[in-house]
Write a protein that binds this ligand. Structure first.
Ligand code: MG
Ligand code: ZN
Length: 311
């Protein structure tokens, strides 16, 4: 039997996300209006998960002052965007002596980072570093400046934004960090490399997918993920007013190349994504379409979003 696992902050008439769960396994994530009904026997407050589903065919006409607004899709990177470090480096603090042996460090080959991290986690396992110690390292990675502010801002305006995370880190680490700060539920979906603990208690990392993009590492092209996400949402009759991308790395540049002039790229100032944008703007003027707003603190992004919601 499915149950309502989670509802956003209560404001009658606003749109909230409901996660229906079954034996702790996420089954469905739906959206609906928060309603309040009263009768002679009492009152009930809940989320109608059907009104948005039927929105396309039947405009919502309930007793509450619900206004249907187009949503903004906001996409976050993880390493050096949400957190202020590269988590693949942070987790090495769990190794004996807090460092890796030279033979392992020197085994990293260009474009094969995912395979390298598979070996790093294998090494941590062999050294007896257990799940709790690895979780602990992910839990205490510092966030980038302003990141808690923007998460709180998005939580307050959750009906207007659809928020996803795309990262070349791994699912175990990302979930550990987000749960530690209490914002795991902010993200509708997390796309990253799968990772699980095997029978030996070792963290086993896998590549996310394969692709044909020549610009991205073999295990992940974020442009392919964004494109597939938009196709999936379009099939569910969800179209976005605007796309916003907050990132820092070279692999965050690739997805924004297909953005339109209506969309916004937020590259971390002077990081690889920003440098790639500047290079393209110089070498191929007018090809890169989205508005570019470099950020040093996520407060810079909030400033833009506040103005967007005022228009
Ligand atoms: Mg990054
Ligand atoms: Zn790519």
């Amino acid at each position: 039997m499915a149950e309502v696992k989670e509802v956003g902050p209560a404001l009658i008439g606003n749109v909230y996300t409901v996660v229906l769960s079954q034996r702790n396994k996420e089954m469905l994530q739906l959206e609906g209006y928060l309603y309040h009904l009263e009768c002679s026997r009492g009152s009930i407050t809940g989320v109608c998960i059907f009104c948005l589903y039927y929105r396309e065919k039947t405009p919502v006409q309930s007793g509450v002052t619900a206004s249907v607004k187009q949503k903004y899709l906001i996409i976050f990177d993880f390493d050096e965007t949400i957190i202020n470090e590269n988590s693949d480096d942070s987790v090495i603090r769990a190794a004996p002596g807090g460092t890796l042996p030279d033979w392992l460090r020197n085994s990293l080959k260009d474009g094969f980072y995912n395979e390298y991290m598979q070996h790093v986690f294998e090494y941590l396992g062999e050294q007896g570093v257990q799940e709790e110690a690895i979780r602990n390292e992910y839990s205490k990675i510092p966030l980038s400046p302003g990141m808690l502010n923007i998460f709180n801002f998005l939580m307050k305006n959750s009906g207007l934004f659809e928020i996803i995370l795309i990262s070349d880190a791994n699912m175990f680490g990302i979930e550990a960090t987000l749960k530690a700060i209490g914002f795991h539920s902010l993200f509708r979906k997390i796309y990253t490399n799968p990772a699980h603990f095997d029978k030996r208690g070792y963290l086993v990392l896998r590549p996310y997918h394969s692709h044909t993009c020549t610009k991205c590492p073999a295990n992940m092209c974020k442009r392919k993920i964004v494109t597939e996400y938009l196709t999936e949402r379009a099939q569910q009759s969800v179209k976005f007013e605007k796309m916003l991308y907050v990132g820092d790395g070279a692999n965050d540049f690739c997805p924004t190349v297909v953005f339109s002039s209506n969309d916004v790229a937020f590259p971390r100032k002077n990081y690889p994504m920003h440098r790639r944008i500047l290079e393209m703007q110089k070498s191929q003027p007018n090809v890169y379409q989205p508005t570019v707003i470099p950020w040093q603190s996520a407060d810079d992004v909030i400033y833009y979003l506040q103005r967007l919601l005022q228009t």
